[in-house]
Design a protein around this ligand. Structure first.
Ligand code: GLN
Length: 193
């Protein structure tokens, strides 16, 4: 890979350390993002899992929401995992407010009923890899509806759980909680392409 790229990981709350670790394993330089100044000089950003309401509120309180949304709209590669996917969405079902409102997806929070609110499944996602990937869902959202420019990457039981729109990637599940680096590699390729 030519040219050193720096990947920011939003570090206000949630599972950001696991993403940093995965990037380290791939030899990619990462940067914790806690304020607007940290957003300078990054080549991509990961929005981790956690609690989307808290993260959205912090982004708002720290005046980061508009600046980050503009950067993504202007092409900064962004990957949201779980709560991070909710942050990217233009619409959250049953909620009049959304957060960054950059990706043309409608999401359903906590979409899996109580009994299966957390689960792991293995699946081949042909657009990503020819081998099975472990998919970890924790009180996960799924995507109810995708806009015309959105490519569906993976469905489970008919529900969209991974999608891509131009420079944006969204996954309901948490690749950073597994040993498998395929999704991180895929995102890094988006940054380099
Ligand atoms: N249920 C959380 C939310 O709605 C997301 C859970 C997660 O990121 N693991 O924000």
């Amino acid at each position: 890979m030519a040219g050193k790229k720096v990947v920011g990981v939003l570090a206000l709350q949630g599972a950001f350390r696991e993403h940093i670790k995965a990037l380290e394993m791939l030899g990619i330089q990462s940067k914790l993002i806690k304020n607007n100044k940290d957003l300078e000089g990054i080549d991509g950003i990961i929005l981790p899992g956690g609690e989307s309401t808290s993260m959205g509120k912090m982004l708002m309180d720290f005046n980061m929401l508009g600046i980050l949304a503009d950067k993504i709209t202007n092409g900064l590669p962004a990957w949201g995992t779980c709560a991070g996917m909710i942050l990217l969405a233009k619409k959250i079902n049953g909620d009049d407010n959304a957060h960054l409102k950059v990706m043309d997806i409608d999401v359903e929070r906590n979409a899996y009923g109580r009994q299966i609110d957390s689960f792991v499944t293995n699946k081949i996602i042909p657009k990503i890899s020819s081998t099975e990937l472990p998919l970890v869902f924790i009180r996960a959202p799924y995507i109810n509806n995708v806009g015309i420019g959105v490519e569906v990457l993976c469905k489970i039981d008919g529900n969209v759980v991974a999608a891509k729109e131009e420079n944006m990637l969204a996954t309901s599940f948490h690749p950073e909680l597994t040993e498998d680096l395929t999704f991180h590699r895929y995102f890094i390729d988006m940054i380099y392409s």
